[in-house]
Design a protein around this ligand. Structure first.
Ligand code: NI
Length: 399
């Protein structure tokens, strides 16, 4: 899929912008979903090689790690872009709309890849001056919530002092970044509850135990977790999103299955959730003569921005002429949080003035944000390297 793009000529802003538009549109046209990003990986590798950026040797089937910097022993700062698309049929009508039926870059990860590639080109042009190494992590499978852990297991974070990442934000205007210290995005967990009763004829319910009635009461009682047992000063979401039971109108079935998700921002609140849900499910089932079993599927913790890196990010953005706002935390999740469990990280919302929210079939973004965002991330990497190379806070004044 990779047409040749002359990445080495970054002499002007217009030129950089045009390249990144081309990159973004090519990626947009050829979306690949989680852990299937083979062509995407090949394209990124091709563009990096054209720019003479070295690709590091990590055992990743999809996704890749590259490095810029000649000074051995200096600090390592990572820039991360996620690369996967979604199983959604695109409905934008754009000339560069997805050529793959049922798959679409509906979360704008094509934008993230183009931006980090652009930052890489800018950094490559200043490679001799970098006081350390910038590691580019093009990470697969963000939408599954497992790609970051996969990259970390492959060694992508080894030696990294700090990491920066971004997500486009349709509801922020171009030229605006949303940055906040602490919790920015929610921890995401999933659950399933299997309710087992005793099947019987619908006309003789007393001969069985109806799991539908039990499941319905569990759904209702789960609503009390947020309303009655979480402090009003904390927040959480408990949503039951699937409830399945039965096959026909005159049979009380044996089983009912509930599925849902929990979103939290605070680690202590998150830790309480499985126990609370289990107590409610088992207690109600037990009282009604059924059994309930909870299966818990932990996802990424909440995205929590490091204070120092956040203030460095704000200064860098202001110096680049961005309008900086403090966004409300988003109840969506991001597996960037797994990196932040290990090293300080700063995750930024970049305004892209989209017509629709993430994951909508008509999702799009304003490409004018491409080159300025690439420039911001190049600057972030440089400023962070300078800070760590100098070993003190004084370097943050250089921003
Ligand atoms: Ni996304």
């Amino acid at each position: 899929m990779s047409e040749r793009i002359e990445l080495d000529k970054t002499e002007s802003e217009d030129r950089l912008q045009q390249m990144l538009v081309d990159v973004r549109r090519q990626l947009h046209r050829h979306p690949e979903v989680a852990f299937e990003e083979y062509e995407t990986t090949r394209s990124i590798a091709g563009w990096l090689r054209e720019a003479d950026i070295r690709i590091a040797d990590y055992p990743l089937k999809t996704g890749l790690v590259a490095e810029i910097g000649r000074r051995a022993g200096g600090p390592i700062v990572a820039l991360r872009a996620d690369i996967d698309a979604l199983p959604i049929q695109e409905e934008t009508g754009l000339p560069f709309a997805s050529a793959v039926p049922g798959k679409m870059h509906a979360c704008g990860h094509d934008f993230h890849m183009a931006v980090i590639l652009g930052a890489a080109l800018l950094l490559r042009a200043r490679e001799e001056e970098l006081p350390g190494t910038v590691r580019l992590i093009f990470q697969p499978a963000e939408e599954k919530g497992t790609g970051a852990a996969y990259a970390i297991d492959a060694g992508a974070l080894e030696g990294v002092a700090g990491i920066f990442g971004l997500h486009n934000k349709p509801d922020l205007p171009v030229g605006t970044v949303g940055i906040r210290p602490g919790a920015l995005m929610a921890g995401v967990d999933g659950f399933r509850i299997d309710v087992t009763g005793v099947g019987t004829h619908a006309a003789v319910p007393h001969a069985g135990v109806d799991p539908i009635v039990v499941a319905a009461q569990i759904v209702t009682a789960l609503q009390t977790i947020v309303s009655r047992s979480i402090s009003p000063l904390d927040s959480a979401v408990v949503s039951v999103t699937k409830l399945q039971a039965g096959t026909t109108w005159n049979v009380i079935p044996e089983r009912a299955v509930l599925e849902g998700t929990v979103r939290t921002f605070d680690a202590a609140v998150r830790a309480e959730m499985p126990g609370r849900i289990e107590r409610i499910a088992e207690g109600i089932a037990g009282a009604l003569g059924a059994t309930a079993r909870l299966h818990w599927y932990p996802g990424p913790p909440s995205v929590r921005n490091d204070e120092r890196l956040t203030s460095l990010t704000i200064k860098a953005a202001e110096a680049e002429g961005w309008r900086v706002v403090t966004p409300d935390p988003s109840p969506a999740g991001e597996d960037f949080a797994f990196y932040q469990e290990r090293v300080p990280g700063s995750f930024v919302f970049v305004g892209t003035a989209g017509p629709r929210e993430w994951h909508h079939p008509a999702f799009d973004l304003d490409e004018r944000a491409l080159a300025p965002t690439a420039r911001l991330f190049a600057r972030l990497a440089e400023v962070a390297l300078a800070a760590w190379a100098g070993g003190g806070d004084s370097h943050s004044d250089r921003v």
